[in-house]
Unconditional design. Sequence first.
Length: 368
Amino acid sequence: MAKRIPVKYEEKFSYDIVIENSYENLPKELEVFSIHNKKLCIVTETNVKDFYVDEMMSLLQPYAKEVIVFTFQAGESHKNLDTIQSLYQVLIEHKFERTDMLLALGGGVTGDLTGYAAATYLRGIDFVQLPTSLLAQVDSSIGGKTGVDFQSYKNMIGAFYQPKLVYMNLHTLDTLPKREYFSGMGEIIKHGLIKEKAYYKWLQTHLSQIKEREFSVLEEMIERSCQIKREVVERDPKEKGERALLNFGHTLGHAIEKLMNFSLLHGECVALGIVASSYISYKRNYISIEELKEIEQIVTDLSLPVRLQRTESLTEDIIIETSKNDKKMEHEVIKFILVKECGNAYIDKTVTKEEMKDALSYILTSCS
C-alpha cells in the first residue's frame, strides 16, 4: 500500500513522504542515506517508547553503525530548551558527528524538538520524521518547521530545517488514545476550510468511518491532507505569504493553549480558534450563519470543543493580550486568517481588538 509524495524545497527535490502500514520497509528507505556508516539516535517520548522502540531497534541495528535511544517525558510542557540540552549531552557523550542522524519517533512535540536539535547540533545534522500521531502525520512533520517553547510561549525558538524523509506507519494510529486521535482532526478540518471545499465535504460524509478509524478512509484522509500541506509549503517554504494560511485557528488557539498551561491538546485549541475565526468571518458576511453552525457541528462530531469556560485567568482581554506575544505578529499587527468561503482563506491584518473580543465572547461561557 506504500504511497510516496515527493516534496520540493526551493523548486528542487527535498524529501519523500512515505505512507505505509508497517515499519517493515523503513530500513530500505534509510539505506539510501548510507546508514551503515552512521550512528542513529531514536528520539522518543515516554508514551511512545513502550510501543515501538524495541521494534525499531531490532529493525535498524543490523543496518546501522550504532543505534541509541533518547527518551524524554511526554507532553508539551517538556518541549523546551532543558530537554534539548539533555539531548545535546547524550549526543556528545556518544560522539555523534555531523554525518550521523536523528530519528524523531513520536507525535508533534517529538518531531518539533528533534528537528530543532538536528538544526542546531554541530550546526546541522540529518534527521528523519517518524510521526506516530494523526496531528504529526498530517501537519507538523511536513514542511521543516522545528522548534521549542520558551517560558510557555509556543514555538518561540526554532528554525526552518527540512527532514531527509517523513515515514509514517498508519497502524500507529491503532494505539493512539481517543483524545489524541481526535486532536489531529483539528488540523485536518483546517485543511479543508482553507484550501479545498471538496475535501471538507468529504470529511462530513465520512464522519462515521473516521470516528471508527476505518483504515482505507484514514489512508485517503491522511494522503489528501499531506498533499494540501505539501502544496502550500512548496510554494512558500519560509512563511513569507501563503503558508501563513496554515495558521487558521492558531492565533487565538495558541494563546488559549498557553493560558490553559497545555492542559488542552493542540488540536483542541486549534478547533476553538477555528470556531472563533469562523465567527469573525460570519460577522463580516463572508460565510452564513448556517455555514458557521456547520463548522461547529463537524468540530463537535469529531469530539473537539467549540466552547470553553471563562475564568478569572481566561477572559477575552487576557487571551487577546497573550496573543500579542505570538510569532504571528508583524509590525505589532496580528496576522489573522479568515475564510471568505469554505475552501478559500486569506490573511487579514485589519481584525480589530473588538472583533477578537466579540469572537472570544462567542466561544467563552460563564459558570451557571
